[in-house]
Design a binder for this molecule. Structure first.
Ligand SMILES: [Zn+2]
Length: 77
């Protein structure tokens, strides 16, 4: 698992390191999230929102984080 999650918000698909609430698979609409591009946004979990374009800054940051992860799972911490 990657430590970040994708979250549609404010017209783009962003990524966030915030944990999903209560084991949810996504941030419910209306959830406040801190995105990798440094914004505090409100999640929009509607079907249409997932078709929005990916935020370039979040995409770059997500790739950077992924590259730093160990190749095997479960060895963090
Ligand atoms: Zn972003």
């Amino acid at each position: 698992m990657y430590p970040f999650h994708w979250v549609p918000a404010a017209g783009q698909r962003h990524a966030s390191l915030d944990a999903h609430p209560d084991g949810a698979l996504a941030y419910p609409s209306g959830t406040g999230v801190r995105t990798l591009c440094g914004s505090q946004l409100t999640a929009d979990n509607s079907k249409l929102a997932w078709l929005w374009e990916t935020c370039a800054e979040c995409n770059a940051e997500a790739r950077r984080i992924s590259a730093e992860l160990p190749t095997s799972r479960g060895l963090r911490g």
